[in-house]
Design a protein around this ligand. Structure first.
Ligand code: DX5
Ligand code: ZN
Length: 214
């Protein structure tokens, strides 16, 4: 069954600890944590102190999405803060091999993300060095945007490549996922759905999460 990773970006940050508990009780398997630096993306969010302060509130998988330039500088600190998966952008890394190695050296699972206009070819040299690939279905930077349809075809092609090559890598999709778009994302190969506004924007998180599973 598809896993749901609600994006904390859309939560009520004045009571973030409770929000994480509510998400877990509502049946989400993962929690998606969007870190933005105002450089790789035109927005800023949160970083180590927020993640570290939430860690004691829950055992849920912390799925940390780094939208930051040269993330290799901070891998150890995100690992210490409590990340389980650390995902970096192919477009943001001067040396992606070294960055993925740093994530593994820190004892964490490594993910690679690509923006909507980046082809899946950019991933091919790294398939033995990651546990997860994150397909951005919107331009990274903000929650609440509309899914870009061409990214679904790209994800389908990636799924075919991974199957053909016998690679057991999780495919995650992020941006514009809601009850209407989730079926297409699942049919296009997604194993994990990230959803911010479609979960935290709704009064009942369990109903919202169940609706995404279809
Ligand atoms: C965007 C972030 C997403 C965002 C998703 O750059 O990576 O995780 O929070 O928000 P929705 O689900 O509202 O599109
Ligand atoms: Zn994200």
């Amino acid at each position: 069954m598809v896993k749901i990773s609600p994006s904390l970006l859309s939560c009520d940050f004045s009571r973030a600890g409770e929000e994480v508990k509510r998400i877990e009780e509502a049946g989400a398997e993962w929690l998606h944590l969007d870190v933005m630096d105002g450089h790789f993306v035109p927005n800023m969010s949160f970083a180590f102190p927020t993640i570290a302060s939430l860690r004691p509130h829950s055992d849920i998988v912390f799925d940390v999405h780094l939208m930051i330039t040269d993330p290799i500088r901070y891998i150890e600190r995100f690992a210490k803060a409590g990340a389980d998966y650390i995902t970096v952008h192919v477009e943001a890394c001067a040396d992606l091999h070294a960055t993925l190695k740093a994530i593994h050296d820190a004892g964490k699972k490594a993910g690679i993300s690509i923006k909507p206009d980046t082809p899946i070819d950019a991933l091919m040299d790294y398939l033995d060095e990651c546990e997860l690939i994150l397909i951005m279905s919107v331009e990274p930077g903000y929650g609440g945007q509309k899914l870009i349809p061409k990214t679904m075809d790209k994800m389908k092609r990636l799924k075919d490549v991974l199957t053909h090559r016998g690679k057991d890598i999780i495919i995650e999709v992020d941006g514009g996922i809601n009850a209407e778009t989730a079926p297409l994302a699942i049919a296009s190969g997604a194993d994990v759905l990230v959803a911010g506004s479609a979960v935290f924007g709704k009064p009942d998180y369990k109903v919202a999460i169940d609706a995404l599973r279809g």
